[in-house]
Design a protein around this ligand. Sequence first.
Ligand code: BES
Ligand code: MN
Ligand code: ZN
Length: 502
Amino acid sequence: MKAKLAKLSSFFVALSISHSAIAETFKFDTDVSEKSDTLVVFKNDTKPTGFTKFDKKSEGQLTRALSANKFDGSYNSFVEVLAPNKLSYNRVLIVGTGDKALTKPELTKLGGNIAAQLTGKHISDVSIAAKHFDTNQASLLAHGINLRSYNFDKYKKEKHQGKTYTFSVKDTSATLSAYAKLEHIQSGIFLARDLTNEAPTELTPVDFVTEAKKLKKLGVEIKVLKPKQIKKLGMNALEAVGRGSIDGSRLVVAHYEGSNDAPIAIAGKGITFDSGGIQIKTAEHIVRMKSDMAGAAAALGTIKALAAMDAKVNVVAVMGLAENMVSEKSFIPGDVLTTAEGLTVEITNTDAEGRLVLADSMWYVRENFEPSVLVDIATLTGGKYRALGTKLGGIFSEDEQLVKEFTYAGKSVNEPVWRLPLGYKEMLESPIADLRNTGKGGPSATTAATFLQQFVGETPWLHIDIAGNALAASPSGEVPVGGTGFGVRLLTEWILNHHEAK
Ligand code: BES
Ligand code: MN
Ligand code: ZN
């Protein structure tokens, strides 16, 4: 049934030779249209591009504009010419690409910056002279444009106006199929961004479950556990974190079984709002905490991307969902919780809740799926944010091979990660329980990771701390302001590479 559907949709694609994503439309054609309001041309010193042709037509106006602006053709430099001489376009954007062949992340970022250059300028129809690029390069430019054009306008009076981008390329159908794969990844990124951007009262654990169930139509199996079942299985840590909220906790399992291999497991932290609990956060720190479910969003987005592209992989995402709230029912400092793993935890800070929901989630997926590898992703610690900022994700693992794979995957999709150490286990010693849920000052990202390490058994494991990466304060490259979807590209790339390497 699924194969049939996939065939049907590729038939559709072949017919229309165009893809419309959420708002932008991408077309691939053999010629540059004269009818567009805007033309984008590239310029460098090494390879001929469409520039010369349009420059001649404009009787040298483009060259004059370049020298007036001391344009040197370097990567990421732009000159805009309004009302160009003898050309039908309202504007021409000349884009520098430098003198080296552009890498995959450079092309994606350049696409994002082109979209940014064209924002807010009464532009609806853009022609891009991209014939000198190969199939993959052109599709990556489109990918970057589309990623940057994402806009969460649900609550805005003025809605985002989508543009049509027509690329002139050598091979339209090859470029279209290269772009189709990227578009599946985009659908996962946009899901993660939507979930991260949504207002916290509109995206509680129950709402997250509703969104997860929508993946069923892609052939993803969804299982949901409610508080009673969570308690019954002994997942008291996950249950406790959500106890003070209206919904209570949920565990969501999203299984995409595209092969018979042992599954790859992803565990995502899904705190739909983190008030800090009884040890409540300050006004400054609490405002961004709707994004504390970004790990779970990245996990679900990755499943969506893989299912949409019909990848031949077996991946299970487990998402521990809870709203960390203050009420008379909330868990409190001094409580001792028994995790499903059997380890007891003394609560030394109700704001260190992510590791609690992850501990039981990771146990659950190991117990029920026997994964070959387990990766968790979480907005886990302010310490990670202070150490690595907003651009780099933090990775923690004793598996050198996994560290290498993630470092490589991160670089190639513009979601770079940097390794931080595990250790300081003694800081997690408690006089009353097997563990405390916080360290005792010092390296909080490391003690949080070391806490998680107690729940991975013998399974090869890597932890990704994305605190600071999930919600951007300002746009940059292919990433708009707000929810970034950080982790979807990284995990999808890693899973596809990891699978191929076997
Ligand atoms: N969700 C936060 C971590 C966070 C901070 C995410 C900034 C995104 C941006 C987490 O639950 C938390 O509160 N961590 C505490 C732990 C501490 C109490 C040991 C922290 O890192 O301050
Ligand atoms: Mn917290
Ligand atoms: Zn949190």
